[in-house]
Ligand binder design. Structure first.
Ligand SMILES: Cc1cc2nc3c(=O)[nH]c(=O)nc-3n(C[C@H](O)[C@H](O)[C@H](O)COP(=O)(O)O)c2cc1C
Length: 325
């Protein structure tokens, strides 16, 4: 399948793996790229720019296909060494960067000069237009369904994607709730040039996370996610567990007085404990509503081949068969 996104990133299928903290290591990124999609290493999971450079080099030993790096610009006080990470990306010869969080404008000239294409992930048409205006090459439009940070507008993809299509000139992919060939065809119909998936890629053989994490996603239904940290305007969609129930109880009792320090036990340092140790009650971890559509743990190649075959079946048989002969 050829779309503006496959052309932009030099990939076979219009499927991107979104950056995921403590999931997006070289193993997953390489598996996605080898299967014809765009795999993404999560920059900030690597503690230093040197560690990111080593992870990029490790990924190169596993694939000769294009892959990208996610850089999440957090609203933190002690800022990570972003210039160092950008240098590691450029020196590592990476040609695709997924930015997320705060405005990436400051970093675009250096990335573009090095021939890197930048796809910015955003949760509103307003932010997508801003990304276009500052010179991003593409955007990833992340609907309310998504795992991770859906923003504060709560617009699901059935509205958000066609609104993006009405407003944007640069290409975009649909993110949030994408799982299979049906998602891909629907996304294309709504104006996207491909899809970005997070949660679906965790439940794959190659995702380098504890088996219990994969099984939790398979076991979960679409009813099992919760929104946390809304009172802090840092909303995150997570899988419900005992820690999340505790956190929500604190949000209810403290109301407008809630501070980050009140919930630090449920959110800080949680990812390595969940993803690597399988300590499933350690705290709140991102998961999309799409868990309800995830019923197995295939290899990445099986998943991507299945998505493409299903999408082609829908387009060329089901939909084509509905036309007049
Ligand atoms: C466990 C997990 C961790 C994530 N970590 C990040 C991250 O560090 N940076 C980022 O930009 N997005 C992150 N995301 C969001 C994904 O890249 C993607 O946008 C989202 O998962 C899409 O929604 P879906 O899960 O319904 O496919 C994360 C998502 C999950 C499920």
């Amino acid at each position: 399948m050829k779309t503006l996104i496959t052309e932009m990133f030099g990939i076979q299928h219009p499927i991107i793996q979104g950056g995921m903290h403590y999931v997006g290591f070289a193993e997953l990124a390489a598996a996605v790229s080898n299967a014809g999609g765009l795999g993404i290493i999560t920059g900030l999971t690597q503690r230093t720019p040197e560690a990111l450079a080593a992870e990029i080099a490790r990924c190169r030993t596993m694939t000769d296909k294009p892959f990208g790096v996610n850089l999440t610009f957090l609203p933190t006080v002690s800022s990570p060494d972003y210039p160092g990470y950008i240098k590691a990306i450029i020196d590592g010869g990476v040609k695709a960067v997924e930015t997320a969080g705060n405005n990436p404008q400051k970093w675009l000239p250096a990335l573009h000069e090095a021939g890197v294409k930048v796809i910015h992930k955003c949760t509103s048409v307003r932010h997508a237009l801003k990304a276009e205006a500052i010179g991003c090459d593409a955007v990833s439009v992340d609907g309310f369904e998504c795992g991770g940070h859906p923003g504060e507008d709560d617009i699901p993809n059935f509205i958000l994607l066609p609104r993006a299509a009405e407003s944007l000139k640069i290409p975009f992919v649909a993110s949030g709730g994408m799982a299979d060939g049906r998602s891909l065809v629907a996304a294309l119909a709504l104006g996207a040039e491909g899809i970005n998936m997070g949660t679906r890629f965790i439940a794959t053989q190659e995702a380098p996370v504890h088996e219990k994490v994969k099984q939790a996603i398979v076991d979960a239904s679409e009813l099992d996610t919760r929104l946390v940290m809304r009172p802090l305007r840092n909303t995150e969609r997570v899988l419900r567990n005992a820690a999340v129930d505790r956190l929500l109880e604190k949000e209810r009792t403290l109301g407008a007085n809630l501070k980050f320090e009140d919930i630090i036990d449920e959110v800080a340092g949680v990812y390595p404990r969940i993803m690597q140790n399988g300590d499933m009650e350690a705290g709140a971890w991102s998961c999309g509503m799409v868990a309800g559509l995830i019923h197995d743990i295939p290899t990445v190649k099986e998943l991507i081949d299945r998505i493409m075959a299903e999408a082609e079946g829908i387009i060329y048989r089901r939909l084509a068969g509905m036309g007049h002969s």
